[in-house]
Design a protein around this ligand. Sequence first.
Ligand SMILES: [Zn+2]
Length: 180
Amino acid sequence: MSAAETRHMYCPICATPLSKQQVNGENRRACTNPSCDYVEWNNPTPVLAAIAQTGDNVVLVQARGWPKDWFGLVTGFHESGETAEEGVAREVKEELGLGCQVESLVGVYSFFQLNQVIIAYHVLLDKGDVTLDKTELVNYKKIPIEKLQPWPSGTGKAVQDWLKTKGIEKEPVSFLRTKK
Ligand SMILES: [Zn+2]
C-alpha cells in the first residue's frame, strides 16, 4: 500500500482555492467560495494490519523502498464494500498468496504521522508456501513468536499487545537499535 495523503489545493466541489479557516473553533482548510460549505476534514484513513501466524512463527514483510533491516506486518487500505475482517483476509491473500482464518481483533491504533487508524487482527495462515506480492513487497521472514520484537511506531504497538496475550512482555525497540 502507499501512504499518499489526499490534500487538495482547490475545492473538490467547486474548484475555488481552499484556505485555512476557523471551523467550529478548529483550524481547517475550507472552501473560500461563500456559497460553498466544503471543509477538508482530513479524517484518518483506516488501514488493516495482520499478525499472520503460521505454526509457532509470525510472517513479517518488507515493503519496497524500506531499509533492508525493516520488516512489518501485512497491511493495506480498507476498501469499500468489505468488512474489516474480509479486508484483512484479502490483504493477506494479496501479499502472501495464502488464505487465512481471522482469529481476533488485536486492537485499534492511531498512527498520527501518516494520519491513519490501524485496525490490527491476529490471523492464522492456511498451510502452504508464501508467494510474495512482488509489486509491493521485496522480502518476508518467519520469526518465532518468542523472538518477535515490537517496534515503536504504527503496527508495533499491536505486536506488543498481541505478545502480552501470550504472556510475553516486551518494550518496543527501534529498528535502528536492533541492527546487528
Ligand atoms: Zn467549494
